[in-house]
Design a binder for this molecule. Structure first.
Ligand SMILES: Cc1cc2nc3c(=O)[nH]c(=O)nc-3n(C[C@H](O)[C@H](O)[C@H](O)COP(=O)(O)OP(=O)(O)OC[C@H]3O[C@@H](n4cnc5c(N)ncnc54)[C@H](O)[C@@H]3O)c2cc1C
Length: 375
């Protein structure tokens, strides 16, 4: 039977994927995050869930790290991506090689996010851009395993705990042509957050949402905006951290995120991608619409990056790349506002919880400035 402290569970859903009797189901729990629930009558005590749970994986010290600043060359494409568009470039390359890509898309009504599989360049837009809500996994790891076993080139893009789940299922020797790409992460929001935010906007505009971009580059990439469009033609554009969603993104994370074990010193990925905060704008590689940090942990990661012909890149020292991006190295920090908000949000709506936490817009503006490049 699954033995995991609720506070340690990162919601990767590997246990649900691999349970041979389907005794484990992920269900909405604290603050709308999903947690595994075990049907005792179906459990056969095989212990697979405990053995494979990524939080039980041994820490490995990661010595091979090469670091690059990079972005996709095409200006139009870059605008559509979260930071430097390297995840998009990797996905294009893999699809060109007749491979498959696993990434995160919104559901049709924008109220949920899920990992999906794509194998056509025309579908790339579905996974482009950051969705700051933890994805539903369904049977995704088993699908990855299936594609890898077919001998296909496979790219999986996900958060570090999701990459650790794949590493647990398919340790290095078994990966064949699988490339694991993780995103720097300071903790995703929950399904409940996204659902209530979308419903709030739909009520406000009296129309269904027709598109959502959480990293709209209205003033370039360093000043993130959220843009939502509606079926009636209305458009909502606001600084990300001034929206109810952005405020929740700042305040809320799973309990496990505060003790995340999968920062770069224990990464299981081939490549880690994040925002290259702090890159001086007189640097040759700088582009106001986004530059990514690309940390390669394996030779395969370096080979993949060097095979991308549609990007500009420059090798940089790791210390320089991460000096303004603490999330690469350390888990997010708990503070009084975060504790208060999650306790409230577990019982109340998003709007009420923000009101009762008394989130100050002036403070959120400061956070906007922390998020962007430090000059
Ligand atoms: C929850 C979350 C927190 C983040 N926190 C930070 C941070 O603190 N610091 C930092 O430097 N960077 C952070 N990032 C990463 C950053 O936002 C960009 O995603 C990253 O730089 C890749 O940019 P890109 O232009 O190459 O991606 P694009 O080319 O736009 O492609 C986006 C890729 O991200 C994947 N993706 C989107 N949403 C999710 C999701 N919810 N879960 C898993 N995969 C997803 C898609 O599948 C796609 O492959 C975070 C991302 C997420 C999703």
């Amino acid at each position: 039977m699954l033995e995991i402290e609720k506070s340690a569970c990162n919601g990767c859903s590997l246990c649900e994927n691999i349970c041979p009797t389907k005794a484990i189901k992920m269900k909405d729990g604290y603050c709308g995050y999903r947690y595994p629930i075990v049907s005792k009558d179906k459990c056969i005590d095989c212990n697979l869930c405990n053995v494979k749970c990524p939080i039980n994986l041994k820490k490995v010290s990661n010595n091979f790290m090469k670091c690059y600043a990079a972005h996709i060359k095409d200006k139009n494409e870059l605008e559509k991506c979260a930071s430097g568009g390297i995840a998009t470039s990797l996905a294009k390359k893999v699809i060109k090689e007749e491979g498959v890509v696993f990434g995160v898309s919104f559901s049709d009504n924008f109220k949920e996010t899920s990992h999906i599989k794509i194998d056509r360049v025309e579908d790339l837009y579905l996974i482009q851009g950051s969705k700051y809500t933890q994805s539903n996994k369904d049977n995704i790891y088993k699908e990855v395993e299936l594609e890898v076993n077919k001998g296909k080139m496979v790219l999986f893009v996900g958060l570090p705990c999701e990459i650790a789940a794949i590493d647990s299922l398919m340790p290095k020797g078994k990966r064949r042509k699988l490339i694991l790409c993780e995103l720097v992460c300071h903790g995703p929001t929950s399904k409940k957050t996204l659902q209530q935010f979308v419903e709030f906007l739909e009520q406000k505009y009296k129309s269904k949402m027709s598109s959502l971009n959480m990293r709209f580059k209205k003033e370039g990439w360093e000043h993130p905006y959220l843009k939502a469009e509606f079926e009636n033609g209305d458009v909502y554009i606001e600084k990300l951290y001034s929206t109810k969603y952005g405020q929740a993104f700042y305040l809320l994370a799973r309990e496990s995120c505060y003790q995340c074990r999968f920062k770069i010193d224990n990464s299981k990925a081939d490549i880690t991608l994040g925002d290259f905060w702090g890159l001086p704008d007189n640097n040759e590689i700088y582009d106001k619409n986004g530059v990514s940090i690309c940390i390669c942990h394996t030779e395969r990661g370096v080979q993949m990056l060097f095979s991308l012909k549609d990007i500009l890149k420059e090798e940089v020292e790791l210390v320089d790349a991460i000096k303004d991006n603490e999330d690469v190295v350390n888990p997010r920090k708990l503070n009084a506002a975060r504790i208060k908000f999650s306790k409230l949000f577990n019982k109340h709506s998003l709007s009420q919880s923000l009101l009762l936490t008394k989130v100050n817009i002036a403070i959120m503006d400061k956070i906007n400035s922390i998020f962007r490049r430090k000059s």
